[in-house]
Structure formats: structure tokens, C-alpha cells
Design a protein around this ligand. Structure first.
Ligand SMILES: [Mn+2]
Length: 276
């Protein structure tokens, strides 16, 4: 877990899934300013797959991480994994635009990405959501050695952080995805109280307005791929966090892109229907 504070004069912007929508990523930077030492960003996973400019998105984000290591942050999503990349286009895109070796290097680097970022000790940002066990704490996340396990697998802390979703009903329920599970408002409340958090910020699911505040304000979804897969009609959104740790939401619409369809590099690889 990466732990950062927002200093005086700085802003942290949290973005959700970008899914290979490079032109919409550029729109975020146009609207909200290019990354810099004071204009910090956290991209909360799912940079690749589905959109057909996934290599451009991933390389741009990596270049910014290299340029601003202390103010540009990346969390891993469930699509920064080999199984998903085989099915949803990124592996094929790497082969088509570059080489097999480029995919292997991406795969290795994805397995080193942080799984969560804690902002100002108030907001836990992770791609999927909370856990099947109330006993899991921020300290367990801190202690998790992400380098011991390259892929999230079918169970355990890493899998749950990348895959779970909120549900309106209390308690826990089965996942609509067939991977992970769903957690209710009571689960979120207990987790936030036990760990002295204001809220959990997660991504992983499209929201028509680009973001949604649920679970009595304690579970926030942010999704930054507008008109997802060229078909959903949703807005994208991002969240600004200043030194006062108040959240400011901005919605934005999709911009035009060259005529290459989503999953253009995946057609021959589509084998299942697991939603991402
Ligand atoms: Mn996801």
C-alpha cells in the first residue's frame, strides 16, 4: 500500500478505469491539467483491455510515473493480469503493435503495481473493493507482499482487492461476475470505523454519471472511461482532493477517436463472457 498526503498548494486527482481509451485520457489532462509535481494523479487500475489504444495508455502512464515518481501513482486493476489480457485485447494489441516480448514485460511490470493507495489516512483507494472477512485491516494490506504472487488467483486478499463490488443490501452476496463477492453498506461502515477512514474509493464498474457515492457516503465509485466500449453512453469522472481532503467531482464526455473499434485486437481471442 502506498501512503500519501496532499500538501498545501497541491491537488491529488483520482481517476478510475481508462481501458485503452487514450483520447479520453488526453481529455482528462486537457480538462484537469497535465501531471506535475503539484498536480498529482492516481490512476486506479484497468488501464488496458477493451479500448484499442491500451499500449498508448499504459506507456503514457508509465512515462509519467517515471517523470514524477512522487506525484504520479498507479494502482493495479483486475485487467492488469494475464488471464484478462489474453481475453480482452491487450495481449493481442501488444503482439500487433510491438512483439510478444513487450507483452511479457508489461505482464511483469503489472505484477509489481501497488494494490492500494491511502490518501491522507482518510481515503483508501483500490480497484475492486472490500473483503470477505471483517477482520482484514489496513495493516493486513500494508503487510501483503504483492511480489510473492504475480497473478491474483481465485481467492485471497489480492483477488478481493481487485475484484469485489459494493451492493445495496447489508451483508455479503455472491458476485455477478463469478469472481470475488459483493459487500454491503454495513461491511463498508465497519471497515471505515475500524480503520479510521472517511471512505473507500474504488473503480471497476461503469457508472452512468462517471461516479457514484453509495453506502452512506463511505463507498465511492469513480470510472474514467466515458462512452465505455463505444456503446454504454456513460460519462467519465475524476475526483480532485486538495489539502483540506474535501472531494470535488468532475464529469466529462467522450471525445472522438480514430475509427478502430474496441477489442479490435481481441476478436480471435474471445473465449468467455466474464465481465471486466
Ligand atoms: Mn475492473
Amino acid at each position: 500500500m502506498v501512503e500519501v498526503d496532499v500538501e498545501e498548494g497541491h491537488t491529488m486527482t483520482v481517476c478510475g478505469d481508462t481501458h485503452g481509451q487514450f483520447f479520453d485520457l488526453m481529455e482528462i489532462f486537457r480538462l484537469n491539467g497535465a501531471p506535475s509535481e503539484t498536480n498529482a494523479y492516481l490512476f486506479n487500475g484497468d488501464f488496458v483491455d477493451r479500448g484499442s489504444w491500451s499500449t498508448e495508455v499504459a506507456l503514457t502512464l508509465y512515462a509519467y510515473k517515471w517523470l514524477y515518481p512522487n506525484s504520479f501513482f498507479l494502482n493495479r486493476g483486475n485487467h492488469e493480469t494475464d488471464d484478462m489480457n489474453r481475453m480482452y485485447g491487450f495481449e493481442g494489441e501488444c503482439r500487433a503493435k510491438y512483439t510478444e516480448r513487450v507483452f511479457k514485460l508489461f505482464s511483469e511490470s503489472f505484477s509489481a503495481l501497488p494494490l492500494a493507495t491511502l490518501i491522507g489516512k482518510k481515503f483508501l483507494v483500490l480497484h475492486g473493493g472490500l473483503f470477505s472477512d471483517d477482520a482484514v485491516s489496513l495493516n493486513d494490506i500494508r503487510k501483503l507482499n504483492r511480489h510473492k504472487q504475480r497473478q491474483p488467483g481465485q481467492s485471497g486478499l489480492m483477488m478481493e482487492m481487485l475484484w469485489t463490488d459494493p451492493q445495496p443490501n447489508p451483508g455479503r452476496g455472491p458476485s455477478k461476475r463469478g469472481v470475488g463477492m459483493q459487500f454491503g453498506p454495513d461491511v463498508t461502515k465497519r471497515f471505515c470505523e475500524a480503520n479510521k477512514l472517511e471512505a473507500v474509493i474504488r473503480s471497476h464498474e461503469v457508472r452512468m454519471e462517471g461516479y457514484e457515492v453509495e453506502h452512506d457516503g463511505r463507498c465511492i465509485t469513480v470510472f474514467s472511461a466515458p462512452h465505455y466500449c463505444d456503446s454504454t453512453g456513460n460519462k467519465g469522472a475524476f475526483i480532485n482532493i486538495g489539502p483540506d481532503y474535501k472531494l470535488k467531482y468532475t464529469k466529462f464526455a467522450a471525445v472522438p477517436h480514430p475509427n478502430i473499434k474496441p477489442m479490435a485486437y481481441a476478436a480471435r481471442n474471445i473465449m468467455g463472457t466474464k465481465p471486466g
